[in-house]
Write a protein that binds this ligand. Structure first.
Ligand SMILES: *Cc1c(COP(=O)(O)O)cnc(C)c1O
Length: 406
């Protein structure tokens, strides 16, 4: 077979992630490699740690990257925190809550769950009651779950967890950079993310931050691997069950010891570092405000077209909206028309929402006025041709009015 060089079609990615990467991130990722312990590389690593402290809003020393997609960050957090037999509480309000349960179970935890209907979130009281009931070592919870487009309020959970001596883990993959997220203020012990949502990069690197309390838990099981171990190095009787995702060793790799572990994914680090630089340059409150503005403009335009939004809108994430597929419209056919006629990708849904709800994102590099207006204009044509009655120009017009008034 004679293959061609990579030349992907022009797409505007307006689904729930991934989104188009910021061109600056792509340029950073085309830079040449340096050695793992080159002073330039270790300086980039240190800068990346400091940049992500800003993004996570934390002073946690332990703020690094996990090499892998967001799921690698989640798995690193859970496999490093959970010792087989530990009790873990997982409140589930969408697909990614189920993922936390699944990973915690594979780590050998005794997992307890509480569930709420997709499209709703938990009250802090409901979570506090479950903590009193289960007495877990760890509370693992999703912040923004793209599967339902909602964000679980976390601000009060840190204090509840601290009172009960519970470690609080939050998956902030979909929310970080586009919604308020305050690691230190909210008392989050461990948070993980990815680049392909509000951070404006490609998937493949998972930023993580850990409180001193969480580091203590992880370090209590530290086991330096044979071959690089020296006299006096820790060898635990109950080591973390993954080598690659062993945070106690990964922190020593990023720390002053520069313990040899994996080879840092240099190109991914260049990308992750540029994502954080972009956010810090724009200002985190400004970036969150941009996601709020364009997310609201999209929602306003969709409503003006006569579409119903999915889920409790009081708790909608800034960066993604769920739209109920109108009666008589074939959801998959309409998505295909968006892609083939306009080059715009919007998202389908999982589980109970499949075939019922589209998910439209305005995140990272694509949280902009032109992308919102283009998407609304294209969707209007697709819906009209599918037989859905709407007033011509209603969607983009309402969004333009909204921008004028904002
Ligand atoms: C999108 C998303 C992920 C994605 O994980 P990947 O491994 O990067 O595909 C994880 N968690 C949440 C809450 C998400 O919305």
């Amino acid at each position: 077979m004679h293959s061609q060089p990579i030349n992907p079609p022009q797409r505007l990615l307006m689904g729930p992630g991934p989104i188009n990467a910021d061109p600056r991130v792509l340029r950073a990722m085309s830079a040449q490699l340096v050695g793992q312990y080159d002073p330039a590389m270790t300086a980039y690593m240190n800068e990346t740690m400091e940049l992500y402290r800003g993004v996570f809003r934390t002073r946690n020393d332990a703020t690094v990257l996990i090499d892998g997609t967001s799921r690698a960050g989640i798995e690193a957090a859970l496999v490093s925190l959970i010792e087989p037999g530990d009790r873990v509480l997982v409140p589930i309000f969408g697909r990614f809550g189920h993922l936390l349960r699944e990973i915690a179970e594979r780590c050998g935890a005794e997992v307890h769950v509480i569930e709420t209907e997709w499209g709703t979130v938990f009250t802090p009281e409901a979570i506090a009651a479950a903590i009193a009931d289960v007495r877990p070592k760890i509370l693992a919870i999703v912040h923004g779950d793209t599967s339902t487009t909602l964000a679980q309020p976390l601000a009060e959970l840190g204090a509840i967890c601290e009172r009960n001596d519970v470690i609080l883990y939050a998956d902030a993959t979909a929310s970080l950079g586009g919604n308020d997220f305050e690691s230190d203020l909210w008392g989050i012990d461990v948070a993980t993310a990815g680049l392909q949502k509000c951070l404006g990069g490609p998937s493949g690197s998972a930023p993580i931050t850990m409180s001193a309390r969480a580091v203590e838990v992880v370090d209590s099981r530290k086991s330096i691997e044979a071959g690089i171990r020296v006299d006096g190095d820790a060898v635990s009787a109950s080591p973390i069950r993954s080598n690659y995702l062993d945070l106690s060793q990964i922190l020593d790799y990023w720390g002053p010891k520069r313990l040899n572990h994996h080879t840092e994914a240099t190109t991914a680090l260049y990308g992750a570092r540029e994502c954080a630089r972009l956010l810090v340059e724009e200002g985190l409150p400004e970036a969150i405000g941009r996601h709020r503005l364009h997310g609201a403009a999209m929602a306003t335009g969709l409503r003006a077209m006569g579409l119903a939004l999915f889920g409790d809108q009081k708790h909608k994430m800034n960066n993604v909206v769920g739209v109920e597929i109108p009666d008589g419209i074939d959801g998959d056919k309409a998505r295909a028309a968006m892609l083939n006629d306009f080059g715009i990708e919007i998202g389908t849904s999982f589980g109970p929402l499949h075939g019922r709800v589209w998910r439209i994102g305005t995140m990272g590099y694509n949280a902009r006025r032109d992308t919102v207006l283009l998407t609304l204009a294209a969707l209007e044509q697709v819906l009209r041709r599918g037989g859905f009655a709407l007033t011509a120009g209603s969607g983009p017009g309402a969004a333009l009015d909204f921008y004028e008034e904002s």
